[in-house]
Design a protein around this ligand. Structure first.
Ligand SMILES: Nc1ncnc2c1ncn2[C@@H]1O[C@H](COP(=O)(O)OP(=O)(O)O)[C@@H](O)[C@H]1O
Ligand SMILES: [Mg+2]
Length: 160
């Protein structure tokens, strides 16, 4: 699927992130074997963290104020994700929020157990600055590019 959205303010970006989170859960919850990986591309100030926080909130995760820019990733337990189509319990149990801005190469992420994290079907993994780890993103990653157009206008392009 491919879609593109023009956001005019922070709230529109947050709402779009929340809608996308529920689309992703309903489409991907039962499919595939590994984790759901959401890769965010875009420059500083594009709105990646804004998007990520709203996305997390839609999963029932309330992130604390501290941005993961200061830590490479944060893992949050997901408690009561709404059940899937057939009413079964969701397979998703953990939300990982990575911000890889400060890394120098992919190896630093591999050393944190990346392969294991992305192969666990209980995980949903969101990465800010995905351009830095392009080589180790799974083919199945949902790619989202946020472009700063002007002032508060952003183009959000989604590919999966
Ligand atoms: N349409 C918009 N969508 C998202 N953020 C916006 C928008 N317009 C203005 N902003 C502002 O841009 C900044 C984005 O910051 P942030 O989400 O931390 O970006 P990044 O993580 O990509 O560096 C915030 O201060 C936010 O309020
Ligand atoms: Mg950020």
């Amino acid at each position: 699927m491919q879609k593109s959205f023009i956001s005019h303010n922070q709230e529109e970006t947050e709402n779009f992130a929340k809608e996308l989170a529920s689309d992703i859960l309903s489409e991907k919850n039962s499919a595939g074997q590994g984790a759901i990986v959401v890769a965010l591309f875009g420059d500083l100030g594009a709105g990646k963290t804004t998007f990520a926080r709203a996305f997390a909130e839609a999963l029932g995760v309330k992130e604390k104020a501290k941005s993961p820019t200061f830590i490479i990733f944060r893992k949050s337990r997901i408690k009561n994700l709404p059940a899937g189509e057939a009413g079964q319990e969701s397979r998703i149990k953990n939300f990982y929020h990575f911000d890889v801005y400060r890394i120098h190469n992919e190896k630093e992420i591999l050393n944190l157990g990346w392969e294991e994290i992305i192969s666990n079907p209980q995980n949903i993994v969101l990465v800010e600055w995905a351009e830095k780890i392009e080589k180790i993103l799974p083919d199945s990653a949902i790619r989202i590019e946020i472009k700063h157009l002007k002032d508060n206008e952003r183009e959000i392009a989604v590919n999966f």
